[in-house]
Design a protein around this ligand. Structure first.
Ligand SMILES: *Cc1c(COP(=O)(O)O)cnc(C)c1O
Length: 388
C-alpha cells in the first residue's frame, strides 16, 4: 500500500517574499571560470570574455565585472547597443563588437570607444568617416572567413586590402586580425585544422608589414581543443558561465556552472489513476500518486519542448515533468510516497542535495545546445546575482 500523507498537511502557502521563479547567478563561479580560462592561455594570451545576449542570459554587466575580476582584459559583444551599455557601466577595457553593423550602429560603437570588425573597404571607409569627428582613432579588426561561412571575407586578397586601407587612414587603427571556427567543438574533424592553417598564413602575411597587430580566433571550445589556436586573445563566452562547449559535464574541464533555476511547489495534489495533468492530457496517472504544480513555464523560457521529457529536483530527488508545459505552470509527478508540500523548493537547473541537473542535460532533452537554454530564459525570470 503506498502511503499517501494527509492532504491537509499540504495546504501551506508558499513563503511570502519568495520568488515565483528565480535564476541565481553565482558571480564567484564566473570569476573562477574566467581565471581558469586565463590560466589555459599560456604564453601571455589575453582573455576576451564574451558577454553578448545579456551574458548568455546570465546578466551582462554583473557577469562582465566578475569576468574582469577573474582576469579577462577584454569584453566581447555582438551589438553596438551592448557596447554602449558596458561603457555606461564604466568598463574601461577594450570592447570588441563582433557583429555586422549598420552605419548608425557603427557610429554608436565608435562613439563608445569600442572596437569594430571590418571585412569590406566600404565599411572601413564609413567607420573612418564616423571617426573623423572624434579625437581618437577608431579601432578596427579585420575578419577573414576561413571556413565559418558567416561574417568576414573569404578572399585573403580583399582582407589584405581592407587591412592596408585601415592602416593607411589616420582616423583608423588596425588593431586585430580575426577569424571564427565552425567546428571547434567537433573533436577530430579536419575542418578546424584547415581553418587554423588558412588563418595562420593570413596572420603571417599581414604581420610582416604590421608587426604590432594582434590575432584572435579561439572561442571556448578552441581554447580547450588546441593551444595552437590561442594566438594573442581568446574570445570565450560559454565557458565563462561554467557551461561546457562540448555539451559534456563542465566539471571535467574545471568549469563551474554559474546559473541555477529555481522555483517552488505552488500546489500539491493527489491524483487517482487515469487523471490527467495539463493541456491535451498528454500525461495520465498510472496509479494513485501525487502531482506538484511548479509556477513557471514557456513564458519564462522553460520550453514547451520539455513536456514529459525533463526532470526537476524536489526534496533532493528527481521528479519527471508530467504533461505539457504551459505558459506559466508545469506539473511534476512526485510519486505515491512523498512528503513534499506546498512551498518546497524546486530546482530545474542546478543542485539539490546529492542530485543535480545540468544545463547540458536540459539542452539534450530539448535537442539543442546549452547556449540556447540560458539565452532562452526570458526577462520574466529575475536574475539574482550572488557574490561569494
Ligand atoms: C559568440 C562568439 C564567441 C564566443 O563563443 P563561445 O563558444 O561562447 O566561447 C566568439 N567569437 C565570436 C565571433 C562569437 O560570435
Amino acid at each position: 500500500m503506498p502511503t499517501i500523507p494527509a492532504a491537509a498537511a499540504r495546504a501551506a502557502v508558499p513563503t511570502p517574499g519568495a520568488e515565483r521563479a528565480l535564476a541565481r547567478v553565482d558571480l564567484g563561479a564566473v570569476e573562477q571560470n574566467s581565471a581558469r580560462l586565463r590560466s589555459l592561455l599560456a604564453g601571455g594570451g589575453e582573455l576576451c570574455a564574451v558577454v553578448k545576449a545579456d551574458g548568455y542570459g546570465h546578466g551582462m554587466v554583473p557577469c562582465a565585472r566578475a569576468a574582469v575580476a577573474g582576469g579577462a582584459s577584454w569584453l566581447g559583444v555582438a551589438t553596438a547597443a551592448e557596447a554602449v551599455e558596458l561603457r555606461a557601466a564604466d568598463f574601461e577595457v577594450p570592447i570588441l563588437v563582433q557583429g555586422a553593423l549598420t552605419r548608425t550602429e557603427a557610429r554608436a560603437a565608435v562613439e563608445a570607444g569600442a572596437d569594430v570588425v571590418a571585412w569590406r573597404e566600404g565599411f572601413a571607409r564609413a567607420v573612418a568617416a564616423e571617426a573623423g569627428a572624434g579625437t581618437t582613432r577608431a579601432r578596427v579588426h579585420v575578419k577573414l572567413d576561413t571556413g565559418m561561412g558567416r561574417l568576414g571575407t573569404a578572399d585573403p586578397v580583399e582582407a589584405r586590402a581592407v587591412c592596408e586601407l585601415v592602416a593607411g587612414d589616420a582616423r583608423l587603427e588596425l588593431v586585430g586580425l580575426m577569424t571564427h571556427f565552425a567546428t571547434a567543438d567537433e573533436r577530430g574533424d579536419d575542418h578546424f585544422p584547415a581553418q587554423l592553417e588558412r588563418f595562420r598564413a593570413f596572420v603571417d602575411e599581414i604581420r610582416s608589414a604590421h608587426p604590432a597587430v594582434i590575432a584572435h580566433a579561439a572561442n571556448s571550445a578552441a581554447v580547450f581543443r588546441d593551444p595552437a589556436a590561442h594566438f594573442d586573445l581568446a574570445r570565450c563566452g560559454i565557458a565563462v558561465y561554467g557551461l561546457d562547449p562540448f555539451g559534456e559535464d563542465p566539471a571535467a574541464r574545471g568549469l563551474e556552472p554559474a546559473l541555477a533555476l529555481e522555483s517552488h511547489l505552488a500546489a500539491v495534489k493527489r491524483f487517482e489513476p487515469g487523471w490527467s495533468a495539463g493541456y491535451g492530457r498528454t500525461w495520465r496517472a498510472e496509479r494513485t500518486t501525487w502531482v506538484g504544480i511548479v509556477p513557471l513555464g514557456y513564458g519564462d523560457g522553460w520550453r514547451r519542448g520539455l513536456s514529459n521529457r525533463a526532470d526537476v529536483l524536489v526534496g533532493g530527488r528527481r521528479c519527471p515533468l508530467a504533461g505539457t508545459v504551459s505558459m506559466d505552470n508545469v506539473a511534476v509527478e512526485l510519486g505515491s510516497e512523498t512528503d513534499a508540500r506546498v512551498g518546497d523548493p524546486v530546482v530545474l537547473i542546478g543542485a539539490q542535495g546529492e542530485q543535480r541537473i545540468l544545463c547540458e542535460e536540459v539542452a539534450q532533452r530539448l535537442g539543442t545546445i546549452n547556449y540556447e537554454v540560458t539565452c532562452g530564459l526570458l526577462p520574466r525570470v529575475p536574475r539574482l546575482h550572488e557574490a561569494r
